[in-house]
Design a protein around this ligand. Structure first.
Ligand SMILES: NC(=O)c1ccc[n+]([C@@H]2O[C@H](COP(=O)([O-])OP(=O)(O)OC[C@H]3O[C@@H](n4cnc5c(N)ncnc54)[C@H](O)[C@@H]3O)[C@@H](O)[C@H]2O)c1
Length: 361
C-alpha cells in the first residue's frame, strides 16, 4: 500500500523556507501546495520553481484560503510564535518550525506547548542530528569509543550564537545525553553592531556552558574567529578520557584518535542523497501516520535556545546564568572590577576564607 501523502505549505520563501520546499517537493510523503512570503518578488520566484503552487503575501490569508496538513514556519525567529500559533488554529496534522524556535526561550516554549496541546508531531530541522556523520559520531561517543566525554570545543567563523551556534549547541545537548544544563557564561563583543537573520548578534563571543552531568562546552563564534584548520568554516573537538574526535560542521567526515586508532583515522562518510530537512519532515510524516508523537528534537532545541539566550544575558550582565532560565533573575549591576587592586574597604568577601561549600580549595 502506498504511504499516505500529506499536503504542505511554507511560510517564508528565503533560504530556510527553500530547504523545506525542496524537501517537500522531493519527498513522496508530501505535496507542496502553497507558499507565503511578504515579498511579491519572492512569491513570483518560487512560483517559477514550483509552478503548481499557490502563493500568498499574508500567512493568515494562506491558512484561510489553502489549509494544509503540514505548515513549515520558516521566517525570522521573532515571527515564529505568532505564525505557528495561527497555523495551529487550522486543521494541522504536523508542523515544522525552524530553529531557533523563537527569539526567546519563552516564545519557543509557548510554541512547543501549543503543539503538544494540539497533539500533533513537530519537526525542528537540526541537521547534525540526522546527517550520516552526525549520527555516526553520536553513536561512537555513546558507545564510549573516546572514553567518557568531558569537553566539546566548537570554533565557528562568520556566524553567531543564535543562528548557527544553536545547531552546534543542540548537538552538544545530544552528545551530553540530553539532560539538564547547569549554567552558561559568555563574553560577548558587539563592537561592529552586526545583525543576521532578523537578530542583533555578536561580533565575537566565547560561550561556556556546563551540563548537570559535568560535561562542558566551549564555543567560539563570530565574524573574525580563526578556525584551527585551514579552509574549514567550523571545527568540533570532542575530548574524552580515552580519545578525541574532530569534525568540521556539515562536512561529511571526521577524525578519531583513540586506543584503536592511536595515530588517528579519518572517516569519510557517505552523506546519502536525502537532504536533512527531508529526513526531519519524513520522520514527522511517520509520526503522523502512527499518531505517535516524539518531541525529543523540539525539547533539545529548547535547551539549546536556553543556552543561546543565557549566553547573551551573561555577556550583557557580566554574570553566570544558572539554568533553567525560568528560575533565573539578573541581580543588581556589579560594582566590582576583577583585575583591579582591592582597596581594603568597600565590602566584598575574602576569597581565602570561603566556606567549604563555595568551592574553596
Ligand atoms: N535549519 C537550517 O538548516 C536552516 C537554514 C537556513 C535558515 N534557517 C532558519 O530559517 C529561518 C529563516 O531564515 P532564512 O535564512 O530563510 O532567512 P531569509 O532572509 O533568507 O528568508 C526569510 C524570508 O521570510 C520572509 N518573511 C519574513 N517575515 C515574514 C512573514 N511574517 N510572513 C511571510 N514571510 C515572511 C522574508 O520576506 C524572507 O523572504 C530562520 O529561523 C533561520 O534560522 C534554518
Amino acid at each position: 500500500m502506498a504511504a499516505k501523502r500529506y499536503t504542505a505549505s511554507v511560510v517564508g520563501g528565503g533560504w530556510g523556507g527553500g530547504l523545506s520546499m525542496a524537501s517537500l517537493a522531493a519527498s513522496d510523503r508530501f505535496e507542496l501546495v502553497a507558499i507565503c512570503d511578504l515579498r511579491e518578488e519572492t512569491c513570483a520566484q518560487r512560483k517559477q520553481e514550483y509552478p503548481g503552487i499557490r502563493t500568498f503575501t499574508s500567512h493568515q490569508e494562506m491558512f484561510k484560503a489553502c489549509p494544509t496538513d503540514v505548515v513549515c514556519v520558516s521566517t525570522w525567529p521573532p515571527s515564529h510564535k505568532p505564525i505557528a500559533l495561527d497555523a495551529l488554529k487550522g486543521p494541522l496534522k504536523g508542523i515544522l518550525v525552524e530553529k531557533p524556535l523563537g527569539d526567546t526561550t519563552a516564545a519557543g516554549r509557548e510554541i512547543v506547548a501549543a503543539v503538544k496541546a494540539k497533539g500533533i508531531p513537530m519537526a525542528v530541522p537540526h541537521s547534525l542530528l540526522v546527517v550520516a556523520h552526525g549520527r555516526e559520531i553520536l553513536q561512537r561517543v555513546r558507545r564510549g569509543e573516546i572514553g567518557q566525554l568531558a569537553l566539546v570545543e566548537i570554533q565557528c567563523a562568520g556566524w553567531d550564537i543564535i543562528n548557527a551556534g544553536i545547531h552546534w549547541l543542540n548537538y552538544f545537548v545530544a552528545l551530553a545525553g540530553g539532560g539538564p544544563m547547569e549554567f552558561v557564561m559568555a563574553a560577548v563583543d558587539c563592537s561592529t553592531r552586526t545583525y543576521r537573520d532578523g537578530m542583533q548578534v555578536e561580533t565575537m563571543a566565547a560561550t561556556y556552558a556546563q551540563a548537570a552531568n559535568g560535561i562542558r562546552v566551549i564555543m567560539h563564534t563570530g565574524d573574525y574567529v580563526k578556525v584551527f584548520r585551514k579552509d574549514k568554516g567550523a571545527l568540533f573537538r570532542l575530548v574524552g578520557t580515552a580519545g578525541v574526535i574532530e569534525f568540521w560542521g556539515w562536512e561529511s567526515a571526521y577524525n578519531i584518535v583513540n586506543a584503536e586508532f592511536p595515530q588517528g583515522r579519518l572517516f569519510q562518510v557517505d552523506p546519502g542523497s536525502v537532504k536533512p530537512h527531508q529526513l526531519h519532515l519524513e520522520a514527522m510524516a511517520e509520526q503522523m501516520d502512527r499518531c505517535k508523537n516524539d518531541y525529543w528534537v523540539a525539547e533539545s532545541s529548547l535547551i539549546a535556545l536556553e543556552l543561546c539566550e543565557g549566553a547573551y544575558i551573561s555577556g550583557m550582565n557580566r554574570c553566570r546564568v544558572d539554568l533553567p532560565l525560568s528560575g533565573f533573575t539578573v541581580g543588581a549591576p556589579w560594582n566590582w572590577s576583577p583585575g583591579q587592586p582591592y582597596s581594603g574597604t568597600g565590602g566584598g568577601r575574602d576569597g581565602r576564607k570561603l566556606p567549604q561549600e563555595d568551592g574553596a580549595h
